[in-house]
Design a protein around this ligand. Structure first.
Ligand code: ATP
Ligand code: MG
Length: 475
């Protein structure tokens, strides 16, 4: 391979000549580095995050670039890191001064001093992330690739520029980044790296939960997330992040009865769902849908292995897991909980799909009923093609039935056809227990199909229920 090929087309966007000019005004050298260059060479579309290294002050270069831009955009400065950020339309430019780093045992924040481009490339995590393109006028677009990252891109390998032992121990976040890039790009991690990660896996403890979760999100959003989880498992990182998943591994046999390996099953489900949805939280639901199975596993001589109420236990575990990983305990968490809690409901329906059961499913799942069906379909991992088709087909019937029932009964965003106020006015009641009883009875009657989801029928039903409670209408 030619040592210094030129990639001028990577620098077609007018922002690059402008940065080049700004750097030349400051008599500084500057380079595009990292993800942008990597993704250009991989043809991964236009990256919107562009990292610029200045041999000198990154903050000064950012300010000069802003000065040359029409409208003089605001520069965000992060003094502690010596970096600066600038937005130009959809593009985010990140400026950093070239630097040399040295690490201590107990922190991933190194001591930093100014350095050369080579020093800066040395501190990068992977050879494919150390690629730099010159922005100097005379060498514009020339690739600087001291570690042969271009060859690694072709061979699809993740390799560290320096000794992997030191690289991962210095900053253990890199272990997750290696696994994340391998998953996103479908690369392999070279053996020395994999060994070093395995050896240093316990150092992940010094990484903040937020950073870990960022990487997990990216793994989950890849085409085949199982690749990442398999690597986390193989390197021994998984127990530090998801002990709940590790607990699902293994097959037990008693009296000739075996249950499936719920860890590997879970990974299959995550891959399956990733073929049909890009929704991060639905993918989370797939990852966690069976976590209640480890603590609820029992063997019963008559019925074999059971995981009684694992959905309920699992939903509670979702909360604890989100909390431990410092993820927001918001509506996304509630959505994941709901999916886990309801994950077996459509399966019960598939064998006996009655209108009232479908109405209850729609009532309980609300707007998430399709997501729930998507999860259940992904949950089919049987290797028996006959069974596979049968289950798929059953869920297809449930989906059709959901559509039919919803079109007729409008259960999805159920609003009681008779309001609490109307019940109070009708019977001359103050806020009281009776109102709740009547409202609930109307809802039940609709879900059971005793009455249609309509005002007149619901009002009649209200009067009937009122009479049962010895209430008399006042008007
Ligand atoms: P993407 O943005 O697609 O996740 P990226 O390579 O741009 O990929 P960033 O996290 O944006 O990743 O980081 C930009 C660059 O900074 C990387 O390409 C790499 O050179 C360097 N880098 C980031 N994090 C680390 C780290 N923990 N250790 C060493 N170098 C790093
Ligand atoms: Mg980036």
């Amino acid at each position: 391979m030619h040592p210094n090929p030129t990639y001028r087309t990577a620098l077609d966007h007018p922002i690059f000549p402008l940065i080049s000019q700004a750097a030349s005004n400051l008599k500084m050298d500057s380079y595009v580095i990292g993800g942008y260059v990597r993704d250009f060479l991989l043809n991964r579309g236009d990256a919107k995050d562009i990292d610029i290294v200045a041999v000198g002050s990154g903050i000064a270069l950012a300010k000069e670039v802003a000065r040359l831009l029409p409208g003089k955009p605001k520069v965000s400065i992060f003094k502690t890191y010596g970096t600066a950020m600038l937005k130009v339309g959809a593009i985010e430019l990140e400026f950093v001064g070239a630097r040399k780093e040295s690490y201590t045992e107990d922190s991933r924040n190194p001591a930093v001093e100014n350095g050369t481009l080579e020093d800066d490339q040395n501190r990068r995590d992977f050879t494919i992330n150390a690629l730099a393109l010159s922005l100097q006028k005379d060498t514009y677009g020339v690739l600087l690739d001291p570690f042969n990252g271009r060859e690694d891109l072709e061979k699809k390998v993740i390799r560290t520029p320096l000794d992997p032992e030191i690289t991962y121990s210095d900053d253990p976040l890199r272990m997750l980044r290696a696994i994340r890039f391998a998953t996103q790009l479908d690369f392999t991690i070279e053996k020395a790296s994999l060994d070093a990660i395995t050896k240093n896996s316990d150092r992940i403890k010094i990484i903040s939960e937020e950073r870990i979760v960022d990487e997990i999100h990216k793994i989950l959003l890849a085409d085949q997330p199982s690749k990442g989880f398999t690597l986390l498992h193989k390197t021994g990182l998984l127990p530090y992040i998801f002990p709940e998943l590790v607990a699902l591994e293994g097959i037990e046999e008693k009296e000739g009865q075996r249950h499936k390996d719920n860890f590997w099953h879970t990974l299959e489900v995550v891959d399956n769902i990733s073929k049909t949805t890009d929704d991060l939280w639905l993918r989370w639901a797939a990852l966690l849908h069976d976590i209640g199975k480890a603590p609820t596993k029992r063997f019963d001589k008559k019925i074999g292995w059971t995981f009684h109420a694992h959905e309920f236990v699992g939903a509670k575990m979702v909360y604890k897991l989100f909390k431990r990983l410092k993820m927001p305990l918001n509506d996304k968490m509630k959505f994941v909980q709901k999916m886990v809690l309801m994950s077996s409901r459509p399966i019960v329906l598939a064998s006996d799909v009655t209108d009232s059961a479908v109405r209850r499913l729609i009532f309980d799942a609300g707007d998430h009923v399709e997501d729930l069906m998507t999860l259940c379909e992904a949950d089919i991992t049987t290797k028996n093609p006959k069974k596979f088709n049968k289950y798929q087909n059953n869920f297809k019937l449930v989906r059709d039935k959901i559509e039919e029932v919803e079109a007729r009964d409008h259960i999805r965003n159920f609003q009681p056809p008779v309001s609490g106020e109307e019940i109070m006015e009708t019977f001359g009641l103050k806020p009281s227990r009776e109102i709740g009883i009547i409202k609930d009875a109307i809802k039940e009657a609709i879900l059971e199909g005793e009455i249609p989801n309509e005002y007149a029928a619901a009002r009649d039903y209200m009067l009937k229920k009122g009479a049962e409670l010895n209430l008399t209408p006042v008007k």
